[in-house]
Design a protein around this ligand. Structure first.
Ligand code: HEM
Length: 137
């Protein structure tokens, strides 16, 4: 990722943080529209789940310049996701729901540049998670 992309992610994320709970709710609604079969994987309280997801994304955004520290955290997360029944093929729907949610939250601030920067961020995060999951199999 370029420095400019990292900056676009940081700036846009700071606009989403104040509405994070609402954004998380939108995200899961969208995700289950895109793939209703994913709903049964989630067993717990969805508001709590939304906060965990937001916290992890927050950590990822804060760590874009310290990927060496972020990578082991994401590897553990990816391995745990195998236990939740998550497959590689599920990551595309999550990425699409994430980008859609950011678009809803940011409105006109969701420019092509911001879209691409977040797509790169999600690609990076999900790539590390999937690689670790595959290596653990
Ligand atoms: C960037 C990608 C993702 C991030 C940052 C993320 C983050 C998290 C976090 C922080 C948790 C809390 C539990 C833990 O820490 O182990 C969690 C649980 C979970 N995630 Fe993800 N996740 C991602 C991708 C996915 C994908 C692609 C799926 C597929 C549907 C998924 C499904 C789940 C499920 C089923 C749980 C457990 C829910 C439960 O206990 O009821 N996640 N995720």
């Amino acid at each position: 990722m370029t420095e400019q992309q990292k900056q676009a992610v940081r700036e846009s994320w700071s606009q989403v943080v104040p509405i994070a709970d609402k954004a998380a709710e939108l995200f899961y609604t969208r995700l289950f529209q895109l793939d209703p079969s994913l709903r049964h994987l989630f067993k717990g309280d969805m508001a709590e789940q939304g906060r965990k997801l937001t916290m992890t994304l927050n950590l990822a955004v804060k760590s874009l310049d310290r990927l060496d520290q972020l990578t082991p955290v994401l590897q553990d997360l990816g391995r745990r996701h195998v236990g939740y029944g998550v497959k590689d093929s599920h990551y595309a729907a999550v990425g699409a729901a994430l980008l859609w949610t950011l678009e809803q939250g940011l409105g006109e601030a969701f420019t092509g540049e911001v879209h691409d920067a977040w797509a790169a961020t999600y690609g990076l995060v999900s790539g590390v998670m999937m690689d670790a999951a595959a290596a653990a199999a």
